[in-house]
Design a protein around this ligand. Sequence first.
Ligand code: SF4
Length: 458
Amino acid sequence: VSDLWRYPFLPDARKAVQGLELETLLNDPLYGEARALGLMRLETAVKDGRIVLETPADALAEKDHLHGFLISRLLLAVAGDASLTGLVAVAEGERTQHFLHREPGAELVRLARQLSVATTRANGGYTVNFVDYLRAAGSLREGKWKLVNRPLRDGHVRLSRRTLERLMREAVAQHLLTLPEPPEGIAKRFESEIEALLQVVRQRRERAVREMGKFDYGKAPPCLAQQLADLQGGINLPHPSRFFLTTFLAALGRDPEQIMELYATAPDFRESVTRYQVEHITGKSSGTEYDSPACDTLVSQGVCPGGNTLCREIRHPLQYYRVMAEREKPEAVRRKRIHLATGGGEAKFWTQLPLRFSGDVPQRSLTAALRSDAPSRVAVRVDHFRARREKRGDEFIISALARLVDDTVPTPLLTLSLTQWELALPLASAREAGVVVEVTLLPVKLGGAKRLHILAVG
Ligand code: SF4
């Protein structure tokens, strides 16, 4: 058993506990310590974000650890909760990395191979088969983990010892997401313990969901939406993502306490550590308020998931958020901005331009819509879409122009400038995908030409 207690998920550890009857493991007083250790494994992982167990004093205690691990796997299988399984897997991975750090190089290689990470020592470092690397690093979002950012030779990725340890931590966490079949009888026996674990997970989820619910997702740039979706999905955010999320939300006026709540679903959430990090970044404890990073930094760090059409016109996610807040401006300001972006027309035309519509809008062809002086719902194709970023007077206006068409008109018709990007973005997507999109539009006459004034999309 020697040393296997540190790595109870390895095939050798499983062999060491083979042959024991489940009934004995669950009920025999001889295995009481193992059952307590199994529960403690789960409780500390869920409450503290790390597995805290005493070092076994002798061979018997080491075996208890192996049996305890087995119990923890069975309980997770019975609980059947992906968030709980994820939390524990991350904590097990972290615990493993702590032990790996003390292993001699040859042992590190042997353990990596047991984890199906084909590793060899080379020139003072390590090399890992690139397929194994990709599999283990797949969930690591930071740019430095991308294969293009790693030295690759003959199908092998070169890694430092520290990086290999981190990769193995990930391999362990992934491995432990797969659970055994839940055996019969154990659910009843551990009902209250399982319920207590699930209760902690639920509370953490509720804390984060409550905070996320306050957020206006309609204005969120893709990078922010991605981080929030990852948190909701129970994925650990790497440091650059946390830094971005924290500084971004602080810039929007969220206080450190509210920001901290968001991280409650992260598998590695530790309240005290997260509080310290958030308070440090927001300047509450450090006195230095860090700026939220710009797009080029987020692209190079792998935080940007790839922007959309609006992203090409901006340099900073906060700018994206502000552009998306156009609809919150007073109507007179919005009209003026559409006027500035479009140009032409008499002052009266612009002051009377409707920005809203009410009631049921009839579905019409584009030809019929052009004959009407009321709004119509029309299914159109986007023949052309162009974004523009221009200085008009004292302000920069980021707007879009589109040409829309259906089978009833001979040529596509130009819209007025769209300054409201929740209207412009779906038109850009429809153009890219070549699909039909429903718009609510009002035909207007500007400079002697018919133009389409878009009131709603979708
Ligand atoms: S381009 Fe900028 S705003 Fe857009 S998703 Fe990337 S980082 Fe975010």
